[in-house]
Design a protein around this ligand. Sequence first.
Ligand code: C2E
Ligand code: MG
Ligand code: MG
Length: 588
Amino acid sequence: MISIFKSKKDDKTLKDYFEILQTIPMEVAAFDPEGKFIFVNEYYFTNGIPSKEFIGKDNEYYFYRLGIDPNAISDRKKYFNLALKQKRLIHFTEKLFFPDKNRTYYYKRIYKPIIDPKTKRVTAVFLFGSNLTHVILSQKELKYLAYHDKLTGLRNRDAFYEQLEQLVRETTRNKNNISAVLFIDFDNFKIINDSLGHDYGDIVLREATKRMLHGLRKTDLVFRLGGDEFTVILKNLKRELDAGNVAEKLIYLLSKPYHIKEETISSMTASIGIALIPRDGLDRDTIVKNADMAMYDVKKTGKGGYRYYASEMTENSIKRLQIINQLRDVIEHKDFDNQFNMVYQPIISMNGKANNYKIIGIEALIRWNNPLLGAVPPAIFIPIAEESKLIQSFNQWIIQRSINEFKQIEPYHRNGFYLSLNVSPRGLHSEDFSRNLQNAMLRNQLNPKSLQVEITETSLLDDDPAIKKNLTALSGMGIQLAIDDFGTGYASLSYLQRIPAQTIKIDRSYISRLNIDEKDQDMVRAILAMGRSLNKNLIAEGVETTDHLHFLEENSCKQFQGYLFSKPLPLDNLIHLISEHNMELTLP
Ligand code: C2E
Ligand code: MG
Ligand code: MG
């Protein structure tokens, strides 16, 4: 009660305090030992209510009058009692929530008990407070920025790792919890960015984010690791199967067309790898590695799908690593001549007469014999060399060796005979590819007309300016272009028209199934008809039997390659074959 001070000797001193503290620019109040306000300075927050009103009332009243969430009262009381009992300064922080305004204020507070020197009893307790709301909010903002991605507003890589570590800790305690990590990577996103510009790319990423958030539960967490890489954490799954269902839904949502300004983008799909926790790992790095590996596996086998991590992937990736290491070794020690050689498969054309064929060219195919791994087929190591960006170093060797050997056959062949080189997508990406080829031709005095470059259909898909530039340069030099493995990629008809290729090579897989599957017969007929109407030269790859040949001949296909005529041969054997038959072949 206020009256108790009036009778005291030090009454004046306390009043003096009040006078000084009245205009100090921070919140100051004083309480009697029962917790009733005896003083409230002009900075003490009362939300416009005259401070007089609080004199003689307690904190409960203050909270009630200002509409503050009463949760914070207990701390206020607790520290007040502590100051009273221990007769010392008490620091504490306070978070006051105002439900009406939906705002939170943060304070740093001090209780300072005033002790009567004679009786040693606490006569009053001061409360000082400074408003830290700005500081705290900017710290929160900093934390927000540190853990969020600016473009999409999603949590970022650091936040992902932190969440994953927490999840691992939870799962270690309770192994019955099933969770999943989804690694999501967009397919063809780079094309959008490169062809339409980053503005479009950004819009696609934001729209994709919206779709993902829309398709997921509130408890699922989405993160953007960077670029077009996202992750999702699914907690408390009922069944392992559910992760796949979520992945499927996400793929569906992400693959729907994106309408941006006047453009419609319908080529976006997503590849998703799934690692389950605890099944596929119980530490952060293993889980991340395994989900990434599963995602990578989807990319490798056609994109636009999802896959669960499986332990064979580790075995495969070990083999991959060995191949990469051995390829690096070859490059480092310039050991190409020892480990690599080229073989040549004749390309055959009908000669007008029955059972009479001529060799019109050869396709150069690389062979690798490694001391550690033995013979590794190009279908295995070329894609790996591509992905690990080692292919450029081989291209140079392949070009030189093939052209050099081709010159050695010159005395035996007729006009129009040509060398066909395979070039992989990344090779075509390299700026100096066409220059290297030109230099090699000049050095060997090779007529560009006797050179053909085979580009796999899938590489055409990468509608990228560097590839286009190389293709234009090649046809400018008079080099022939062929689309290899036609039917396995997704080249559209308009693409076929845009690429200056004279020749289409029908993929071996269609030919090998000709006598098994009628659909493949229809497919081959269709490709032949389309090729003819586009005025393309057509070669059937992988002709192994006379049945294949008859079907093709019946459908007016005139050029072939395959074991029926000849396997790929080393230079000497090829020269033998050519000179013996004077470039002609008859089937037994
Ligand atoms: P590709 O360019 O389509 O080459 C044709 C493949 O089919 C060759 O396999 C050839 O040996 C095989 N083949 C030819 N006729 C028959 C047949 O009647 N039956 C069967 N079953 N197979 C036949 P290879 O040499 O293993 O090459 C595989 C792929 O590796 C090539 O497919 C090509 O994409 C790539 N490749 C090979 N050499 C090179 C190279 O020097 N550079 C690049 N970039 N890629 C290469
Ligand atoms: Mg080829
Ligand atoms: Mg092919």
